[in-house]
Design a protein around this ligand. Structure first.
Ligand code: UDP
Ligand code: MG
Length: 321
């Protein structure tokens, strides 16, 4: 039952961690090959996401030293999600299963065995879910919690405390390949593929070197992108708001007529100013939200490539299927 596993690791400016990461992953994969739970043509696939530092040359050196290290070099920086997709779509031609993880090894690699076990038990997707956030700063913990709450309220169902540490089978990857969207939010897409899934809990460590590429600003952008990519609930909320204001305006209309009829109509400057500002504000905000969707449609209709692969270093035969 032994099958081929590919670890897929997107890397952007990771020269500070890459050699150490490679060492730890190599030890892990070798131990798994030794106890015969994965095939010996399994690989560690780094995706260089247009790094400005020596990341790609480190990957090349690793590949020259040991062919278990493979690499995909993107033509430019395309962001974590696209880089990950590039790696997964490359790996699916060679592997039976893939596990995606970050270059900083914040995700505990000792649970990889459990992922694979769940795969052999028949799961096509195995989600790595953080059991606690003890190592995160209070700030990161609260913003992350807010992130999931916010997402779910606005209709984007994502697995709680799951980032992109997950196993996917070849079949699940073929499914993912049929989602052609340019606005990529993998965490939201993977559940839509379907198939049997399971969950493995793990502890998340601190980044051992280098720095996070996800500051708060990027996290908020990522959350908003995720919501508008997965759900049209924000537009529905605007519709609801429109109904609500319409109802109020109706009451205001009747009130104004009555006041007029009994001859008590006064200048009414305050109420007028407030309503102009408030309704103007709501309209602009609503336009902005709808504009966000129009922008998405614009990007989707162009069907631009999600990534372009410049170089590929993989010493393996493509599986014929
Ligand atoms: N990453 C990438 N392209 C980018 C930004 C990040 O491939 O444009 C990679 C990065 O090298 C890392 C992973 O995405 O392997 C997650 O980034 P990071 O660890 O900085 O995020 P955090 O864990 O702080 O959320
Ligand atoms: Mg990280």
């Amino acid at each position: 039952m032994k099958e081929t596993l590919y670890l897929v690791i997107p890397c952007y400016n990771e020269e500070a961690v890459l050699n150490e990461t490679a060492k730890r992953l190599l030890a892990k994969i070798n131990s798994m090959i030794e106890i015969d739970i994965i095939k010996d043509d399994s690989k560690i696939l780094f995706v260089n996401d247009g790094s400005k530092d020596k990341t790609w040359s480190i990957i090349e050196t690793l590949h020259n030293e040991n062919k278990i290290f493979s690499g995909v070099n993107l033509s430019r920086n395309k962001g974590h999600q696209n880089a990950l997709l590039a790696g997964l779509m490359t790996a699916k031609d060679y592997a039976d299963m893939t596990i995606s993880l970050d270059a900083d090894l914040q995700d505990d690699i000792d649970v990889i065995d459990k992922f694979v076990e769940e795969y052999y038990n028949g799961s096509d997707v195995v989600y790595g879910v953080r059991s606690s956030r003890a190592t995160d700063t209070f700030f990161k913990r609260t913003t992350a919690l807010g992130f999931y709450k916010f997402m779910n309220v606005l209709g984007a169902d994502v697995m709680y405390n799951h980032a992109d540490y997950r196993l996917m089978s070849k079949r699940a990857l073929d499914g993912l390949n049929q989602f052609r969207e340019v606005n990529l939010f993998l965490r939201g897409l993977v559940p839509l593929i379907g198939y049997k899934y399971s969950v493995v809990e793990y502890e998340r460590h601190e980044r051992f070197a280098g720095e996070s590429k996800y500051p708060l600003k990027k996290m908020i952008a990522f959350a908003l992108d995720g919501i508008t990519s997965l759900s049209i609930k924000p537009i529905r909320i605007i519709t609801g708001l429109g109904f609500f204001i319409f109802t109020i305006s109706f009451v205001a209309l009747i009130y104004s007529i009555i006041v007029k009829l009994i001859g008590k109509a006064s200048i009414g400057w305050t109420s007028l100013t407030v309503s102009i500002w408030m309704i103007g504000g709501i309209q602009l905000l609503s336009l902005g939200v709808i504009g966000e969707y129009v922008g998405k449609i614009y990007n989707e209709t162009k069907q631009r490539p999600r990534f372009i692969i410049a170089d590929k270093l993989i010493d393996n035969d493509k599986k014929d299927r």
